[in-house]
Design a protein around this ligand. Structure first.
Ligand code: PRP
Ligand code: HPA
Length: 189
């Protein structure tokens, strides 16, 4: 349980329980095990939101792989994409000729994923795919494939299991919908 703010004051309702998320990881892990057999992919976690999903998902992947992280940010600490994406911390690994699998917590407008895929392709990767926990398709404003995902979500702001609001609430063990009034309280302040 998150200490500090009372969670009942900020969460409208739970969307995905710990069991739901575990099921997503098992299903996606089995699919990735098949698709990446013998490929030794470079698994790239998109910091910071993806770390919770990544650690559970990769433990369901029976595939030898290497791990790296990329911190690309467009939201800052806010909840609206600035549209300006920058690399905060770059990959350590050379992606040339590698099969790269990006792990994301959520794909929303798609801007972050498109930026990461384009960057990695430009550096000569053999393939670049993404596995996201959540796919907020209704908000997409660029054309980008989310190759694997756990579930679609509607146009609601979700927190927990890596997903943040103002860089908080990532440690909730489930995914919940943030109360609209919490957003209103902080917008334009
Ligand atoms: O599809 P988009 O509209 O680009 O939004 C999705 C991105 O936004 C969040 O990252 P954020 O930049 O907030 O950084 P974080 O992972 O550190 O929370 C999330 O983790 C995705 O990377
Ligand atoms: O719904 C969301 N929650 C948290 N972070 C996000 N980044 C894009 N969309 C979201």
């Amino acid at each position: 349980m998150v200490k500090g703010d009372n969670i009942n004051d900020i969460i409208d309702h739970k969307l995905f329980s710990e069991d739901d998320i575990h099921e997503m990881c098992v299903r996606l892990g089995a699919q990735l095990t098949k698709d990446y057999a013998g490929k030794r992919p470079l698994v790239v976690g998109a910091l910071k939101g993806a770390i919770y999903f990544l650690t559970d998902l990769t433990r369901q992947m029976d595939v030898a792989h290497q791990l790296d992280f990329l911190d690309v940010s467009s939201y800052g600490d806010g909840f609206e994409s600035t549209g300006k994406i920058k690399v905060v911390t770059d990959l350590a690994a050379d992606v040339k000729d590698r099969d790269v699998l990006i792990i994301e917590d959520i794909v929303d407008t798609g801007l972050t994923l498109k930026f990461m895929k384009d960057l990695i392709k430009k550096r000569g990767a053999k393939s670049v795919k993404c596995c996201a926990m959540l796919n907020k398709e209704a908000r997409r404003n660029v054309d980008v494939d989310v190759d694997y995902f756990g579930s679609k979500v509607g146009n609601e702001f979700v927190v927990g299991y890596g997903l943040d609001f103002l860089n908080m609430y990532r440690n909730l063990p489930y995914v919940g919908v943030l109360k609209p009034e919490v957003i209103q309280k902080y917008v334009n302040k």
